[in-house]
Design a protein around this ligand. Structure first.
Ligand SMILES: Cc1cc2nc3c(=O)[nH]c(=O)nc-3n(C[C@H](O)[C@H](O)[C@H](O)COP(=O)(O)OP(=O)(O)OC[C@H]3O[C@@H](n4cnc5c(N)ncnc54)[C@H](O)[C@@H]3O)c2cc1C
Length: 215
């Protein structure tokens, strides 16, 4: 990253933070000593890295099958909004998310056990990434609703509401970062379920020869 020709430009997000960057490589030379894996195996290295990133994003840090599910993010919501949750319709939404989260965590635990036994991450990575991203967004929106009018403006000292609003805005990125939900569905459809692939006329063409709009 310190080599001449590498330019890093932070990208500002809707939350006001800039957690990631645009990185430009202009005529950058990378020495062979920094190569990861065998020559010609770059795609394999890239997909393995991405699969591991998805597992990390989708399942948290579950190292093995938990004896009991323990407390998850929805339990915190139940504690915080007990009086509001007297409303049966809201209670119903909260419990649906509790169950969804339990399924995600158990799937994550299965993926964790697979990795511990030395196997490559399986489809659980893409399933967890997809389900986890959509779950986070639903939970963010639900907690905003539970906050009611508070969520439209708050005291500078009200860290809970600020955290809820910032958290909800941050979850917007979950279905984009680490592979979008559309791409996750493509991977699950094509690689896991074996459905026919999209027609790709560039499949066997070198990247430098792939037609671009600017050519
Ligand atoms: C908060 C945040 C943090 C990030 N952090 C990092 C990071 O640390 N490192 C890093 O390298 N990147 C990072 N990213 C970048 C992220 O990985 C990309 O934004 C993401 O992979 C989508 O790529 P893109 O933005 O080029 O969108 P595009 O690939 O241009 O996609 C645009 C839209 O078209 C859809 N689409 C594209 N291709 C297909 C297809 N074949 N079938 C169906 N739909 C399709 C996508 O789903 C999307 O809705 C981050 C992004 C965000 C938002």
């Amino acid at each position: 990253m310190k080599a001449p020709g590498v330019t890093v430009r932070p990208l500002k997000q809707i939350t006001g933070d800039a957690e990631f960057n645009e990185v430009f490589f202009e005529d950058v030379r990378i020495p062979d000593s920094m190569r990861v894996g065998q020559e010609g195996a770059g795609w394999q290295v890239a997909t393995t890295t991405l699969m591991n990133e998805r597992v990390a994003l989708g399942s948290g840090t579950t190292g093995g099958m938990p004896k009991s599910l323990g407390r998850g993010p929805v339990d915190g919501i139940i504690d915080r909004y007990k009086p509001v949750l007297r409303d049966p319709a809201l209670r119903d939404q909260v419990m649906k998310l509790w169950v969804e989260n339990a399924v995600i965590r158990l799937t994550g635990a299965r993926a964790g056990m697979r990795r511990k036994s030395g196997a490559q991450p399986g489809p659980e990575g893409s399933i967890g990434k997809l389900a986890g991203a959509e779950f986070n967004q639903k939970l963010g929106v639900l907690e905003l609703a539970l906050q009611g009018a508070h969520a439209t403006g708050w005291d500078p000292d009200d860290k809970l509401t600020e955290g809820v609003v910032r958290g909800m805005l941050r979850t917007r990125a979950n279905t984009i970062e680490g592979g979008t939900s559309e791409i996750m569905r493509n991977i699950l459809g094509e690689r896991v379920l074996g459905l026919p692939k999209d027609i790709d006329v560039s499949r066997d063409v070198a990247w430098k020869d792939v037609p671009r709009s600017s050519k």
